[in-house]
Design a protein around this ligand. Structure first.
Ligand code: CA
Length: 222
């Protein structure tokens, strides 16, 4: 039976949705232990960033934790398998940028992670302008979505080009995740598949003298 519904478990404020498959268990796991309930098993998986799937047996109370986000499964009565669903982990996190256009509060870095598509971050025109978000802990990320500037002159949508998106566990260990040649257009919604483990920082930087000005950045992670 395929996933028909979701559960949401939380560890402190860390809400995490899982898909559930009934009478299935994962083929490989890294951890096996006995736990009181399927929710407790889910919370264990949330607390381990490498865990992406968990199988729980209602009879034996065995909880299996696995690292695969698209796990191979086999039929097994009384087991339920939970698989983490990616979610935006950039929302509300701490962000900085190379400069703030006219030093106005309406242009600051946090406006790109406020969940509001009517607000933007906006640097001055400068060489290699950048924006960086600190996800505050290590995640296994899946994709990055950028919502470009969505109002104004046509040319202001075309500022987004020659963009490097880099990711890493520290600001000194960044790797290229995607390069966007562009130019973009007003209202563009750009999606970059970017499978990387050990990511705490995500950086956008334009490789020329330009303005960096986008309304929102979402980082989907497990
Ligand atoms: Ca915004």
């Amino acid at each position: 039976m395929t996933a028909l519904f979701y559960i949401v478990a939380s560890l402190k404020s860390n809400q995490q949705a899982f898909s559930i498959e009934i009478n299935k268990t994962i083929l490989s796991h890294q951890t096996s232990l006995v736990d009181s309930s399927i929710i407790a098993c889910a919370v264990l998986c949330i607390s381990d960033y490498k865990c992406c799937s968990a199988s729980y047996n209602e009879d034996s109370k065995i909880c299996l934790l696995g690292n695969q986000c698209s796990p191979v499964m086999r039929d097994s009565a009384n087991f339920k398998t939970l698989t983490k669903q990616p979610r935006d982990v950039a929302y509300g996190k701490s962000a900085t940028q190379s400069s703030v256009f006219e030093n106005l509060p309406i242009n600051i870095a946090s406006r790109a992670v406020d969940g509001d598509l009517t607000t933007w971050m906006h640097t001055a025109k400068e060489y290699m302008p950048f924006w960086i978000v600190d996800l505050e802990k290590i995640y296994k990320i899946k994709r990055i979505e950028i919502f470009n500037r969505n109002k104004g002159y046509r040319i202001s949508g075309e500022r987004l080009h020659d963009l490097d998106i880099t990711v890493g566990p520290t600001e000194n260990e960044m790797q290229l995740c995607a390069h966007y040649v562009g130019p973009s257009k007003l209202k563009d919604h750009l999606v970059f598949e970017c499978l990387h483990e050990d990511v705490r920082f995500v950086k956008l930087m334009i490789n020329s003298t330009e303005v960096l000005n986008v309304v929102e950045v979402k980082v989907y992670a497990w």
